[in-house]
Design a protein around this ligand. Structure first.
Ligand SMILES: Cc1cc2nc3c(=O)[nH]c(=O)nc-3n(C[C@H](O)[C@H](O)[C@H](O)COP(=O)(O)O)c2cc1C
Length: 195
């Protein structure tokens, strides 16, 4: 982004990352819906982690596996990240942690460094995956990414928030709208500071 990037008309690119590989994933559906809620100048690419292999330091060289290279390139091209993840056994799903591990190299100088990131969790349970949220935040902080400092976006009872495959719950939509606004404000703030 250029020095005029504090204006609402300047293009902003978001990368959406789902922590679930299921075809019928609620988290992926939430991200798809987020893509429809964005202002005109903001675009979102949705990436899937299904092809990302398990982290292997022996493969982590100048030519990493293709899916890893694609993921890191997509992160590098994005102005900000939107992550929506379930909680598995009170924590971060392995596929998401694995992807963060790959993307975090070289340490403290990876495409994740300085990247604003909105973290969303969703669960069929009453807590909305909030325990995973803390672990996602910690993992991102270790990479020097910038997980947003704002109230948690945790969506409980996720299946009830959808009707005929569409996210319709007003409270959830309002929560997402506010969070997206905060992410875009952070992106524009950083762009302005960079000049
Ligand atoms: C291995 C496993 C562990 C799970 N552990 C939790 C958990 O600790 N807390 C929770 O709220 N839901 C847990 N769940 C339920 C997931 O939140 C639920 O499957 C969720 O819908 C998955 O998200 P998705 O619809 O995006 O795939 C678990 C599911 C699996 C498969």
């Amino acid at each position: 982004m250029t020095s005029d990037s504090t204006t609402a008309a300047t293009p902003v690119r978001l990368l959406a990352i789902s922590g679930s590989l299921r075809a019928a994933s609620h988290c992926t559906a939430v991200l798809r819906h987020v893509g429809t809620m964005l202002p005109a100048a903001v675009t979102q690419q949705l990436t899937t982690l299904g092809q990302v292999p398990l982290y292997d330091g022996d493969l982590d060289g100048a030519t990493p596996p293709a899916a890893v290279a694609e993921l890191k390139d997509a992160i590098a091209q994005a102005d900000g990240l939107v992550i929506c993840s379930p909680e598995y056994n009170y924590g971060i799903p392995g596929v998401l942690k694995n992807a963060i591990d790959w993307a975090s190299r070289p340490g403290f100088a990876s495409p994740l460094k300085g990247k604003p990131a909105l973290i969303i969790t969703a669960s069929p349970g009453a807590l909305g995956g909030v325990r995973a949220q803390a672990q996602i935040r910690d993992a991102l902080a270790a990479t020097l990414a910038r997980p947003l400092s704002r109230p948690h976006v945790a969506i409980p009872l996720i299946a009830t928030r959808f009707q005929d495959g569409r996210l319709v719950d007003t409270t959830t939509l309002e929560m997402l709208q506010a969070a997206i606004g905060d992410l875009l404000a952070e992106i524009r703030l950083l762009a302005a500071a960079r000049g």
